[in-house]
Unconditional design. Structure first.
Length: 158
């Protein structure tokens, strides 16, 4: 489910739901994902409450608590304000920027974490971004380079 609490020009819930299903399938994520597109003010409040960081951010993922029957994968919250700003700076559409952020959040829900791995999530995001026809990925443009690795890493679970 996608909820556009803050609308952006050229963006529809329907097109985002369609992309969300494609992203879930590409990542190999099972279970329902909810996406909230809202204001930076609300993302700041969520970031402060759940991560202890008193600042707005572009995307936050909330993995589901593991249960015997996993029918829910988690929630993703996205700042429409930051998405619109980044889209202008990077010269692509707000819809593409929201999709980049959704993909990033869905990859997190699948157990990946670019803050603690050695580039595994960055490599996955880059590969999926290309497969899904999206512009430059979130991790890549923040200067996090995928580190070469010869060993396999288990997927993190939360």
């Amino acid at each position: 489910m996608v909820v556009l609490r803050k609308k952006l020009p050229g963006v529809s819930e329907r097109s985002l739901v369609h992309f969300l299903h494609r992203a879930e399938k590409a990542v190999g994520l099972s279970g329902e994902v909810n996406v909230l597109v809202t204001s930076s003010r609300e993302l700041r409040a969520l970031n402060r409450r759940f991560r202890g960081k008193d600042s707005a951010t572009d995307v936050i993922s909330f993995p589901a608590i593991p249960t015997i029957e996993m029918t829910f994968a988690g929630d993703v919250a996205i700042s429409a304000d930051i998405a619109a700003h980044n889209a202008r700076l990077l010269d692509h559409s707000a819809a593409d920027e929201l999709k980049i952020l959704m993909l990033h959040g869905v990859i997190h829900l699948a157990g990946y974490d670019h803050e603690t791995d050695d580039g595994q999530m960055a490599r996955k995001e880059e590969r999926l971004r290309r497969a899904l026809g999206l512009p430059n990925g979130l991790i890549a443009r923040h200067g996090v380079k995928p580190a070469p690795s010869l060993r396999k890493h288990p997927r993190r679970t939360r």
